[in-house]
Design a protein around this ligand. Structure first.
Ligand code: F6R
Length: 264
């Protein structure tokens, strides 16, 4: 597990975009797992910037988003489909046939739909690089506390805490969704490489538990300790409860010296 410590969300966005860009340059037909949420806005801004400068081509990339709210059609301004269109897809050249985002409008037979989402990932050869945010309760995707570490794509009931966090994106009086379709922790762990981003003090407890705590289904992101190639990119505020910060800084210095391509 590599922990990259950066000053603020601007640096986080730039660093993450740089790593994604070099993965796409190395493998133009990359299968890229994507996330939504406030933390991701800067990443997409920088990726769009690189594309517009002419230095990044997404034409052969295939994407798989982690999750979507149940009940929200793609056109809904709070849907993750809408978020992805506004922040990324409308500005880059990902082929629309290669974009996969769980469908929030399905009714019944959720298992069948979720199995087909997993099959699409397999058909693309598996996810090469998965981008993740983290919830205050340690969720990745919408794998709320007590999610099984082996879980697959499925319908998931959102926790109260997540519903409260999400309510700020909905108009006053508008109820925020109670369920989502999300990739499972087992699905996420099959990605070849994982990049988790966290900013702000509110995430510091979840970040510390995920990196330095025991592996437990009470903190979904702690399952990432089982993965061989995970990079956390976190700002000073999100890193504030880590006890081994000095060590992570020293590892970073040595990484820059010995294997600089891991950072760019
Ligand atoms: C979104 C997702 C969630 C978010 C997490 C953090 O696709 O999977 O796990 O990454 O809730 O959201 P923000 O960045 O808004 O704090």
């Amino acid at each position: 597990m590599l922990v990259i410590l950066r000053r603020d969300d601007e640096e986080i966005g730039r660093q993450a975009a740089q790593l994604i860009a070099s993965a796409v340059r190395k493998k133009p037909a990359l299968a890229l797992g994507l996330a939504t949420g406030g933390t991701m806005v800067g990443v997409y801004k920088h990726l769009v910037g690189l594309h517009k400068q002419g230095s990044l081509d997404f034409s052969r990339v295939t994407t798989f988003n982690l999750d979507e709210y149940l009940g929200l059609p793609a056109a809904h301004p709070r849907s993750f489909h809408h978020f992805m269109r506004e922040n990324f897809f409308a500005h880059v050249n990902v082929d629309s046939r290669n974009i996969h985002i769980p469908d929030g409008t399905i009714h019944g037979n959720y298992d069948q739909y979720c199995t087909s989402y997993e099959a699409a990932i397999r058909k693309a050869g598996g996810i090469d690089l998965q981008l993740l945010g983290i919830g205050r309760n340690g969720h990745i995707g919408f794998n709320e506390p007590t999610s099984s570490i082996g879980s697959r794509t499925r319908l998931k009931v959102l926790s109260r805490e997540t519903m409260d966090d999400n309510s700020k994106f909905f108009a006053p009086g508008e109820e925020s969704p109670r369920c989502a379709i999300t990739m499972g922790i087992g699905t996420i762990l099959e990605a070849r490489k994982i990049l988790l981003l966290a900013t702000g003090e509110a995430k510091s407890a979840a970040v510390a538990k995920s990196i330095e705590g025991p592996i437990t289904s009470a903190v979904s992101a702690s399952a990432l300790q089982l993965h061989a190639d995970v990079t956390f990119i976190i700002d000073d505020a999100a890193a504030s409860q880590l006890s081994q910060r000095d060590y992570y800084h020293r590892v970073l210095e040595m990484t820059a010296l010995l294997t600089p391509d891991r950072l760019s």
